[in-house]
Design a protein around this ligand. Structure first.
Ligand SMILES: [Zn+2]
Length: 289
């Protein structure tokens, strides 16, 4: 039984049996740990610190993008969700059923609807879930494991910016596997801890900041993502990464930040080719037999 002051991860959540080791990345809540087997990076914050950071996340606006970001978000997600239709192999124009797990205030659900999906969500942050419902979407206001969806129900399930918050990602993935149709697609979007960005920035990478992200505690890479999802029965269709950063804006002077922007553009292409970008998208399928 753990107490609220002990570090939350005793073992690698991917299921590796080795002892976690310290990295040289020092965060305010403690040194970031690493699984020597799969490379997963793990927060050493306490349970109390984690619970507190999660509560700050429940606001009506949720993760709804605005202004220019909204347009960019719609374009990027539209492309991803249209591609998911191709991966399901169902291009007959049938209405595909999509579930967005951790749908927040419904940003992805709106794009999914535009792409022609029958879209619904699940979201434990009740204020954000209410906003999505206000937009006309059906949203289960709780954790997916409590929703009780039927077996083999959804064609596409999306899990964006969720898995890095979880103490036990296997539990959620097993439930997703159960409710996904055979041949159905799971999309997981999260950061890539094995990225050039982490190499350049270490503890300065904004994604590691537990306070500004409502409890980011578990940082995947292509290897740990593959191991975990295959263990839960999925087939990896594709893992792609993109974007590099070398300095956050708040840590750079104005002229330096101009240089940072140019460097990011130049590095973006080789990072994408070599799987070293910090935005990771994993496309998975539930086998048909
Ligand atoms: Zn591991």
């Amino acid at each position: 039984m753990s107490t609220s002051t002990e570090t939350i991860f005793k073992h690698c959540p991917v299921g590796c049996s080795c002892t976690l080791e310290d990295t040289d990345i020092k965060l305010p809540e403690g040194v970031l740990k690493r699984c020597p087997s799969c490379g997963q990076l793990l927060s050493s914050c306490s349970k109390a610190w984690f619970d507190e950071s999660m509560q700050e996340f429940d606001v009506p606006l949720g993760t709804l993008p605005s202004g220019k970001n909204k347009q960019r978000y719609h374009q990027r997600m539209g492309k991803i969700l249209n591609n998911a239709k191709i991966v399901t192999g169902n291009q007959n124009g049938d209405l595909l059923r999509l579930l967005d797990v951790g749908c927040s205030s419904g940003a992805l659900l709106r794009v999914a609807k535009e792409c022609g999906y029958d879209a619904q969500g699940a979201e434990p942050a009740t204020q954000a879930a209410d906003t999505a419902r206000g937009l006309g979407f059906e949203v289960f206001p709780g954790f997916l494991q409590d929703a009780g969806f039927p077996d083999n129900h959804f064609d596409v399930i999306t899990l964006f910016e969720v898995i890095e918050h979880l103490l036990d990602p296997q539990e959620l993935l097993v439930e997703i596997f159960r409710i996904l149709k055979p041949g159905g697609v799971l999309l997981i979007g999260t950061g890539n801890a094995d990225s050039w960005t982490v190499g350049f920035m270490g503890a300065e990478w904004e994604y590691f900041d537990i306070r500004s992200h409502g409890g980011h505690i578990s940082f995947f890479n292509p290897k740990s993502m593959t191991l975990l999802t295959e263990k839960c029965g999925f087939e990896v269709d594709n893992i792609s990464t993109k974007r590099v950063n070398i300095r956050e804006r708040k840590h750079a002077s104005k002229p330096m930040y101009e240089l940072v922007k140019v460097s990011r553009e130049i590095l973006a292409i080789p990072a994408r080719w070599s799987g070293k970008g910090h935005d990771m998208l994993t496309t998975l399928r539930k086998p048909t037999s």
